[in-house]
Design a binder for this molecule. Structure first.
Ligand code: NAD
Length: 472
């Protein structure tokens, strides 16, 4: 590494922590700041507060060498050339992003600027946030020549965040000055020149010295929109396939075959064409709402985004109705719930469809035995164990004596259950799969009644298909 940059990252959440550790892995000197003193203490002691592949390994490699953790924002800003803002931008009451964390951080940065800094929006923010940040800095008396504001949205996915960061599909830099763009180009040079991929212990992924990462420079406004539009488009793909799944189900077609047939078209592609319980997490729901709000503010009719949201909400109701239709009544039923995280390979339960469904089933009088490989600790903080809700040590313990098993999150281990053991554990061999992890015919052959999304249900021979009595 020939050109290390001193970097401050504010926020040590999924994005800030991954960015900090990966920048250190790329050879930079990083100070990561958080105002959560307990989190900082954990990180200083080498603990990793989130579940993310490769993070423990990289943190151990760079702690107190390439990366340090602190609560002292002013000191970290003072010694850094680039200051990345990676705090949360949750959904506000109107659907707009709540930028109060960003504003608070910018005010603190303003008090610490003593030489030229590039302030980088890493958080997902609406268009023109770069101008607001500049305005706040001016109001606090920072000279315009002392800073530039750059948009550098983050596209990592939880669960594969470290590899996504080091092997990105693209790096987008929205800079309105050459000087600021040059700093960002220097920061990402190990990935864009490919030098990182030749290091002996570089983490492997899709990029290589021959095919290094691509960096696109745009205006700050375009970059801000690229992030919102990308997330909205991915959410649209999910809602689209879910709407097609509902149609497929009503005509006994198979959504998995349909998605395969569509995805083979290179213009469409197979990714994000997985029918299921809809999208969740800390990004898609709020980013679709925030993007819609931005469009409304500009007088642009982008009703499509409202439809995307509605389909997503309906998808959970449809699944709930399937559970009810399979079990007749819910009061007093014992259900095994596999999955609480919003998707597999993460402990993040924010806006998780699984959590919404568990809550609704509890309200309907069912009792639940839940299991998730990583999300149970976080789930217990919002859904404490009770007489109606218990947390199991594994899928089979959850299934023990249950009237049915529900698959709510697409963890890989849920796709490879021991079906004989599962069948023995359940009181009735009924599986209602919100993630299409099994093949209906196989489940039928293994003695299960199997209900999934966008595919005909298959019924255990002696149980038979329930008559449609307007239950759903
Ligand atoms: P997060 O909630 O996990 O982390 C935010 C961190 O910021 C927390 O640790 C919090 O303590 C800290 N913080 C808040 N105010 C602070 C302050 N004044 N000073 C110092 N630290 C402060 O959030 P996240 O998931 O990492 O998301 C951050 C941003 O990145 C959001 O805008 C999000 O939309 C965007 N993003 C998230 C993902 C993702 O997969 N999570 C992906 C791409 C983009």
């Amino acid at each position: 590494m020939t050109n290390p940059v001193s970097i401050c990252v504010i926020g040590s959440g999924y994005v800030g922590l991954v960015a900090s550790v990966c920048f250190a892995e790329m050879g930079h000197r990083v100070t990561c700041v958080d105002n959560d003193a307990a989190k900082v203490a954990t990180l200083q002691a080498g603990g990793v507060p989130i579940y993310e592949d490769h993070l423990p390994e990289l943190l151990a490699r760079h702690l107190n060498k390439g990366v340090t953790f602190t609560t002292d924002l002013a000191a970290a800003v003072t010694r850094s050339e680039a200051v990345f803002i990676a705090v949360g931008t949750p959904q506000g009451d109107t659907g707009a992003a709540d930028l109060s964390f960003v504003e608070a951080v910018v005010s603190e940065i303003a008090r610490a600027v003593s030489s030229y800094k590039v302030i980088v929006e890493k958080s997902t923010v609406p268009v023109y946030t770069n101008e607001w940040i500049s305005r706040v800095l001016h109001r606090h008396g920072v000279e315009p020549s002392s800073f530039d504001v750059v948009s550098n949205p983050e596209f990592l996915r939880e669960g594969t965040a470290v590899i996504d960061f080091l092997h990105p599909d693209r790096i987008v830099v929205g800079a309105n000055t050459e000087r600021a763009a040059e700093v960002l180009e220097r920061i990402y040079a190990p990935l864009t020149t490919g030098s990182y991929y030749t290091q002996p212990n570089a983490l492997p992924g899709d990029c290589s010295a021959q095919h290094p990462a691509k960096l696109l420079v745009t205006s700050a406004q375009s970059s801000e929109i690229i992030k919102h539009a990308s997330n909205a488009f991915l959410a649209l793909k999910i809602s689209f396939i879910n709407a097609v799944a509902n149609l497929a189900e009503s005509v006994d077609a198979d959504i998995e075959d349909i998605a395969a047939g569509m995805g083979l078209d290179s213009r469409i592609g197979p990714k994000f064409l997985r029918a299921g319980l809809g999208y969740g997490g800390s990004c898609f729901p709020k980013d679709v709402a925030a993007f819609h709000w931005v469009a409304q503010q500009q007088g642009v009719d982008f009703q499509l985004l409202e439809e995307v949201r509605k389909i997503n909400e309906t998808q959970k109701e449809i699944f709930f109705n399937k559970v009810r239709a399979a079990l007749w009544t819910l009061r007093g039923k014992r259900l095994a719930a596999l999955g609480l995280a919003f998707k597999g390979d993460t402990d993040d339960i924010r806006e998780s469809p699984a959590i919404d469904i568990v809550k609704k089933l509890l309200e309907s009088g069912a009792s639940i035995s839940a299991y998730d490989p990583a999300g149970m600790e976080r789930a217990q903080a919002i859904l404490p164990p009770s007489a109606k809700l218990t947390y199991a040590a594994d899928a089979y313990e959850a299934a023990k004596d249950a009237d049915a098993l529900l698959i709510l999150t697409d963890w890989k281990e849920f796709a490879h259950l021991d079906l004989v053991r599962l069948n023995q554990a359940l009181k009735f061999p009924i599986v209602i799969d919100g993630r299409n992890l099994y093949k209906p015919r196989e489940m039928q052959e293994r003695g299960f009644t199997y209900v999934s999304v966008g595919r005909p249900a298959s019924y255990q021979a002696q149980q038979g298909k329930p008559r449609k009595l307007g239950l759903s």
